[in-house]
Each structure stands twice: as C-alpha cells, then as structure tokens.
Design a protein. Structure first.
Length: 446
C-alpha cells in the first residue's frame, strides 16, 4: 500500500507542473489519483481470487481561449509528463470554445482541508482474510436450511488525491472503504433461492461482526423461500432502508446540475417548490466524521460545506459544480464529483414498526432489479422482491412482480421515513420510506 510519507513528493510534482505550464495557458489544473485494493473472493471452500492491486494516474487539464484540453498518463517519468502537458495544450487548440469553461474562483478553494476521519487502512494479511472467509462460510452452513454458501468477498480500498491549479490551489486527502459480503442458497421445493448481505465502512471496526454478517445472510435467504406473486393492484409500498437509498438516489440524479441545464430532469423547474411533505428534510453534511460520503473538498478543490437539499419539503438547491453553476447563473455548492453525505430526516421521528402499522396492507420492498427509470418524466419502474403485509404485520415473501409510479408523485406521497432503521452503508443515509400508492404488476394468483 502506498503511504503518504512515501509519496509526499506528489504535491511537489503537481506544483512544479503547474509552474511549468502556467505561462503557456490561461488556466490549468493538475491532479494525481492513487488507488490501492486488496481483495479476496472465496467460494465453496476455495479461493477464487486473492491479491493486491495498485494504480496511479496524473491528469492535466488546461483552459485556453475558452477551450479545454485534457490529457493523462500513468507514467510519471519526465518525458511522459512533458508529453502529457504538450498533448493537453494541443487538444485545447482544437476543441470548441465554451464561455463557461474555466476554474472556480480562488476564494472558493479549500485552504486547509478538514479532517473528515475517513482514512483508516485495514491492516489485514492474506491469511487473516482467508480465516475470516472460512469462518463466515462455516457459520452460514451451520444454519439449518441453508443449502450452500455461494461466496464470500472481503475487500479493502484506499484512494489518495492530490490537486493543484493556477488559482493557488494545492491540497490533498485520502480515504478508505472496506467491505465484506456473503451470498447464500436455500432450497424451496425444487428451486433454489439466493440471498445476499453486505457490510461497508471507511473503518475496519465499523464493519459488521463476522458472525452477525453470516447469520444475517443465512436468515435473510431462508425468509425468501416459498415466495408468491401478486395480481395487478395499487397499494402502499414501504421501501427498506437500502431500497429507500436507491429511491433517494433518483432525487440526487434529478437535481444534478448537468441534468438541469440540459433540461433532462422532471425537476428542472423544481427549485423553491414543495416536492416532499413538510416533515421531510434532506441535508448534505460532508463533514460528518467517519462517513462514507465525507470529504473536505470536491473534485475542483472547492471546500465542501453543509447545506439543505430539502427544507421542510421544499427543494432548496440543485447539486452544482463550477461549470453547471455558471450555466445556471448560480454558485457552486461543491458537488463536483458527486454528492457528499446526505442525511434524510423525518421531523416526526416515526419508527419502522409505526410505518408498518400505518401502511396496514401493502408491499414491503427489500430488493429491486433492473432500471425502468426515466429522469425526464420521473417515471419509475422496477422488478422487486419483498414481503406482503396485512394489518401491519409481515406475512409472506413476494417475487415475480414489478412496481411502477412517478417520482414526483412518490415524493409528494411520502407518508414517512423511519428514523430507527437508518442505513449508513452509502453516501445517502436514510431509513425505510413509506409511499402512499404504487401500481403492482405480477402474475395472476390462483
């Protein structure tokens, strides 16, 4: 694994490239990304993949007369770096001009990066990783009814970023992301059903304990046996926390500045409008310590900051980088490279059990497959697996169905978001979400 102490010369390197290229162009940006991965795939008591992988890339971006040129290299020799700079300048001479193509202003750039507590390398040997995988597989197979453990994956990842530009930026940060996952098979009549559970965190000690992970995967798989289908009907739908994150990811896509300025979103005129009930808030909090979506600055070097996305149901802002902000005559909110940690809040603080009781009769969705989404219209359609609910109680598993609705109506029809089941395994942190009405299409019941 590359250590910061071993690569401290990278800051000096990109600074020297900026100094070299600055007299030849209007503006320039140079970045280095270093990636390290340790991976183990273990299946049926045998190693399928075991290794460590490292890569690095240097990217030169220049702005000249309103045009952009970008070139990159994985060879850090002086000859290769000089050629990369030359190619970036040549490309800028032949690309179309764009009056909005330039660096963000110097006063927007990070000065001293905030420590977001996201750099925690996992010092795990191959032998220890293999021991973990064997223990998980053995634990899964000890659960009565499980037919097979269909794979264990253990992954460690570290990314380091250095960024400099001609507006005075020179900064860096590093982050880690570790995960373990397990797949299981169980028999139901003459068919096999599969299940899957994973854990993910920037910190090794933030991962689910091995025994809990294995038993969770086994029991989730067993619950899927003897699933039924449903006839077409319209009912309330409760999305599990993990599936709620996928629904809220549609909101993130719909308010992305690139979709907005292109007119490719159903929320192009959504700013300042009430798109959720008044009890729903969404806050971007990039400095929540130790969270997957935390980072001190975005891909343009703009210092990240907390701000409201949804405030009492009202869309408070779009997600903008420097370019999209200029296209929309607004200001960047440090979203170059994607959103940072979103916290989804229901001000009434309902529990998962309360939402089940409120739904009464309907569908609890725990898995979604495929993608029938249309961002321009807001139409939403997915194949799903879940559980039928009667009188606020989960009854039996459901498969071979699709659900359909429109995101605008789904957001407006959000009856609540559980605050006791928040899933922290992604950038969007949300609990189970209850939607008032969606259409189910499946196979006719006998």
């Amino acid at each position: 694994m590359i250590e910061l102490s071993e690569s401290s010369g990278y800051s000096a390197l990109i600074e020297s490239i900026i100094a070299q290229i600055q007299p030849q162009v209007d503006q320039a940006e140079v970045s280095i990304e270093s990636h390290w991965t340790g991976a183990l795939a273990y299946r049926h008591s045998a190693i399928e993949r075991l290794g460590q992988y490292a890569s690095k890339i240097l990217v030169v971006k220049v702005y000249q007369y309103g045009s952009i040129g970008v070139a990159s290299t994985t060879d850090f020799s002086k000859t290769a770096l000089d050629l990369t700079c030359k190619k970036a300048i040549e490309i800028a001479h032949i690309t179309a001009q764009d009056p909005n193509a330039r660096l963000v202003d110097a006063d927007e750039l990070v000065k001293i990066p905030i420590n977001c507590d996201v750099d925690h390398p996992w010092d795990l040997t191959h032998e220890e990783a293999l021991s973990h995988a064997q223990y998980i597989e053995d634990t899964v197979m000890s659960v009565k009814g499980v037919q097979a453990c269909d794979g264990v994956d253990i992954n460690r990842y570290r990314q380091m970023i250095w960024l400099a530009n001609t507006n005075g930026l020179l900064s860096n940060f590093s982050k880690t992301l570790h995960s373990m996952s397990v797949s299981c098979l169980a028999k139901a009549h003459d068919a096999l059903v599969s299940g899957y559970t994973y854990t993910r965190s920037v910190k090794p000690n933030g991962l689910m304990p091995l025994k809990v992970l294995a038993e969770s995967a086994a029991h989730q798989t067993l619950k899927k046996r003897y699933a039924r289908s449903l006839s077409e009907q319209t009912v309330p739908v409760l999305f599990s926390p993990e599936m709620s994150r996928q629904v809220m990811a549609q909101l993130a896509s719909a308010i992305d500045g690139h979709a907005i300025y292109r007119g490719a979103s159903f929320l192009c005129d959504g700013m300042g409008r009430k798109i959720f009930p008044e009890y729903i808030d969404v806050i971007q909090q990039p400095h929540l310590l130790g969270q997957i979506g935390a980072r001190p600055f975005d891909d343009e070097g703009v210092q990240t900051r907390s701000h409201s996305i949804i405030d009492q149901g009202v869309l408070a802002c779009y997600s903008l980088d420097g370019y999209t902000a200029r296209r929309l005559n607004q200001s960047t909110n440090a979203n170059a490279g994607g959103i940072q940690t979103w916290t989804v809040i229901d001000r009434r603080h309902p529990t998962f059990k309360e939402l089940l009781l409120q739904m009464g009769r309907g569908l609890y969705v725990t898995e979604m497959m495929g993608s029938g989404d249309h961002l321009v219209t807001g139409d939403f359609s997915r194949g799903v697996f879940g559980f039928w609910v009667e009188a606020g109680e989960i009854q039996y598993p459901i498969h071979e169905i699709t659900i359909a609705g429109n995101l605008a109506a789904m957001f407006q029809g959000c009856l609540g978001i559980a605050q006791d089941t928040v899933d922290h395994r992604g950038v969007i942190q949300t609990g189970a979400m209850l939607i008032d009405s969606m259409t189910i299409a499946g196979m006719p019941t006998e």
